[in-house]
Design a binder for this molecule. Sequence first.
Ligand SMILES: *Cc1c(COP(=O)(O)O)cnc(C)c1O
Length: 381
Amino acid sequence: MRKEFLPFTKPAINEDDIQAVTAVLRSGWITNGPKNQELEAGVCAFTGNRYGVALSSATAAMHLLLKAMEIGPGDEVITPSMTWVSIVNMIVLAGAKPVFVDVDRETLLVTPEAVRAAVTPRTRLIVPVHFAGAALDLDGIRAAAGSVPVVEDAAHALGTFYKGRHIGSTGSAIYSFHAIKNVTTGEGGMFVTDNRELADAIRLWKFHGIGMDAFDRQNRGRSPQAEVLHPGFKYNLTDICAAIGVSQLARIGEINAKRRALAMRYRELLADVPEIRPLADPVGYDFTHAWHLFVVRVDTPKIGRDAFMAELKAQNIGTGLHFRCAHLQKYYREVMGFRAGMLPATEYNSDRICSLPLFPDMQLEDVDDVVSAIKTVLAAR
Ligand SMILES: *Cc1c(COP(=O)(O)O)cnc(C)c1O
């Protein structure tokens, strides 16, 4: 057994990141300012998009997107139930109806067929997830969406390419820089798009509805008497945080390459553990995986997922759960009336998935430790 606990994840913070934060702290400008602009420009250069709006989280991006699109009561938003529940919460808080689509049982990705079947005259928006960092079938989903806008949930997908281009680059996407994501700012997010109007609207909603932020006022000579155009929120990112993101973005290639190497080792070693089934790659199109998560299904009568996670912990191996499906959580069952059986592939996975340790500072030997702990847990049954 391992002597030291191996966490499920750990942010990849290096000296450059620490120096970048220190420089901001010494600079005299610590809230949103030049580092926000650098992060927005850096992400856009990497993804190939025109506009980026840095925000305090991906959840904030979803909130402002719904506001900017004026989505509310009577409107439907299509999203998987196999997602982080904050996306669904924002839809409900906007007064709109979440319409859950089932995912592919082996990839956890939303399919064009599911989208086609779910679109109605009330559908205003579709938010599919590049789950774990694998690419959605974007061409298929856009064709199925018809005239309904698709905004990609790219929280797992910085560094995911689809048919040679970065995901989101031909549309709009929401990125998260939460502590566990491939690039982190501690907490943070970004709305990235080629749609100028949408970017401007989100920028307005982001900072009190006055159409500029503190940095604009200080540095660009705009009038401090600027008025509220409509009441907005306060979802700006500090430069203390943005600086970490800028520093990390500079080595995204390295970060994702390390994640890939670890994931390949898992695949190789788990090939002879039939009880523990990794997700499959989607087929039919060329893509590059960002390997945000290494998700497996505990698929054996020997042991359930929850006991498996507990017993791995006793072996000094941490795990995560991404995600418990949204539609069967208390509020969604009791208040909104969603029921087990509505989304069979989602529910099958929700009961069986867990995420194995995967972070850039791990070594290949750590993967060996995880798989040998898995074998120990299974052998005891
Ligand atoms: C992390 C995550 C989010 C939310 O990101 P925050 O920055 O924490 O708001 C949204 N969707 C998915 C799929 C995520 O994993």
